[in-house]
Design a protein around this ligand. Structure first.
Ligand code: 5GP
Length: 206
């Protein structure tokens, strides 16, 4: 079988940056050609959320069983709840040659980076980062304390970027989606990803 494995695409970034909004916009586009991996969570459904569509809603006990059984690609505790990615779906889709898209918080993304080093890791950055300099020094009205805490928040965000391949600024949702789709197209053209398929083909026909 010469079918190549699908790409694992990970979108992450600091909390509040708009990962969910960008992901929903991507999957509302008719020509989106990758699969969304629905996460599991122990948090309560919000109004309008549907089980098995937005999340697989689980009890804590069930979630902990899944952890023990090794059924999660990654998981994290975030604001007192568990969130995690079911391993079986990701493997099945990728084995079938489909790209799989995860939208997860940063602790989970770093676990995936270790387990799937050839994944595509995209960091969604807050627009405030580019406005930061202006805000920090521009007006000269902020107190030293406020400036210091903004610098420290920005530094933490920058340090998180370290394990990602690409950084996409979320200045406007549509623009962020266009950049993400451009990155995915380019990623499929990377020599490291493409050449193996050519060599495999030669081997098969040798
Ligand atoms: P919310 O409760 O607002 O739906 O999600 C809270 C946070 O959990 C968001 O940052 C979201 O990206 C993250 N999240 C959603 N699913 C997963 C997952 O499967 N694993 C991890 N690690 N984080 C997730």
């Amino acid at each position: 079988m010469s079918k190549h494995r699908g790409l694992l695409i990970v979108l992450s970034g600091p909390s509040g940056v708009g990962k969910g909004t960008v992901r929903k916009e991507l999957f509302s586009q008719p020509d989106t050609n990758y699969e969304y991996s629905i996460s599991m969570t122990t948090r309560q459904p919000r109004e309008g959320e549907v089980d098995e569509v937005d999340y697989f809603f689980k009890t804590r006990g069930d979630f902990e069983k899944l952890i023990e059984q090794g059924q999660l690609l990654e998981y994290a505790q975030y604001v007192d709840n568990y969130y995690g990615t079911p391993l079986e779906y990701v493997d099945r889709m990728r084995d079938a040659g489909r790209d799989v898209f995860l939208e997860i918080e940063v602790q989970g993304a770093s676990q995936v980076r270790e387990k799937v080093p050839d994944g595509l890791f995209i960091f969604l950055a807050p627009p405030s980062l580019s406005e930061l300099e202006e805000r920090l020094v521009g007006r000269g009205t902020e107190s030293d304390d406020v400036i210091a805490s903004r610098i420290s928040a920005a530094r933490q965000e920058l340090e998180m970027m370290n394990l990602y391949d690409y950084v996409v600024e979320n200045d406007e949702v549509e623009k962020a989606c266009d950049r993400i789709n451009a990155i995915i197209i380019a990623e499929h053209c990377r020599r490291e990803r493409v050449e193996k398929r050519y060599f495999d083909m030669l081997k098969e026909n040798a």
